[in-house]
Design a protein around this ligand. Structure first.
Ligand code: ADP
Length: 151
């Protein structure tokens, strides 16, 4: 069974993440959306909220699982026996950042990182911009799945 871990902060999940996960499902038997827990980072949404948004989004997609993890992504992959990491690429900045991480990860473990190029209509979407829109009372609903609602 081919399983891929899709790690990130998902603060919150956006239509950009959604697109990568939906396309990942066609390539892998299971996509494990993995929310990294970093005690030093300040988030807009709690871990429970971020998890609930993703679970609700994929409630009818049995190939998508949501988990949280601490520590190195490759260590977690080894722990649960996952051989692939899935990442999205939006632009050259993402490429440079992801390249360094993927090379480092491959030094640490025999885990292959698979990249999917962002779709044209979601390429500009980023969680930090979504958070800015939310903070300033803008209409964020066009940028995120329907399950993400600020109450
Ligand atoms: P981080 O916490 O590392 O910033 P995110 O949680 O924002 O990561 O994103 C996790 C993954 O989703 C990354 O591989 C990132 O490139 C990808 N991603 C985020 N937004 C998009 C998008 N609009 N199109 C394609 N991939 C995206």
């Amino acid at each position: 069974m081919k399983r891929a871990l899709f790690p990130g902060s998902f603060d919150p999940i956006t239509l950009g993440h959604y697109d990568i996960i939906k396309r990942g499902v066609t390539l892998f038997d299971e996509i494990i959306v993995a929310i990294g827990v970093n005690a030093d980072k300040k988030y807009m949404f709690t871990l429970e909220e971020r998890m609930a948004f993703i679970e609700k989004t994929f409630e009818n997609e049995s190939k998508v699982k949501v988990i949280t993890y601490k520590g190195l992504t490759v260590d977690y992959c080894k722990d649960i026996g996952v051989e692939f990491i899935l990442r999205g690429l939006r632009n050259p900045a993402d490429f440079e950042f992801e390249k360094a991480i993927a090379h480092t990860n491959r030094d640490l473990a025999p885990i292959e990182t698979v990249f999917l190029l962002t779709s044209a209509d979601t390429s500009y979407i980023a969680s930090n911009i979504v958070r800015d829109v939310i903070r300033n009372n803008g209409d964020y609903t066009k940028l995120v799945p329907n399950s993400v609602r600020v109450t």
